[in-house]
Design a protein around this ligand. Sequence first.
Ligand code: 4NP
Length: 152
Amino acid sequence: MPKILFVCLGNICRSPLAEGIMLHLKKKHDLKLEIDSAGTAHYHIGEAPDSRTIANAKKNGVDLSQLRARQFQSSDFEEFDQILVMDKSNLENVVKLAKNESHKRKVSLFLNSMYPDKNLEVPDPYYGTEKHFEEVFQLVYKACDHLRQNYR
Ligand code: 4NP
């Protein structure tokens, strides 16, 4: 089964949201894929997603409460088929850890799956307001719904 890893900085806002939405869509559409998420930083290891991310996702029908943050590690290059990062800084940090071209090729900006070659980023809502969390939810949901077409 194909395995996708979503990556952001803290693994408490954007990437667990993508993981939770994708798990929700997997259940809904019986998708054949495995999903996980990680952060490039170590700040929040073991923590649940940000309470604002959990609350906003819940409002939109997606449960993130059981997810726990972990840090991206080199072995993830072996483990996963696709490593989808939220922004250009995540891209740089993950690619830096790749030991060969085949690992590098697995890494791409998440939004390029929906908007090829546009190199758009999922904005970090961490220092934002409820409005930003809602915008990020809608954007990530749309991109996940697009991505799932590849895994029917
Ligand atoms: P995330 O957001 O990368 O989407 O999980 C952030 C979460 C925490 C921090 C930065 C971004 N932080 O600096 O603690």
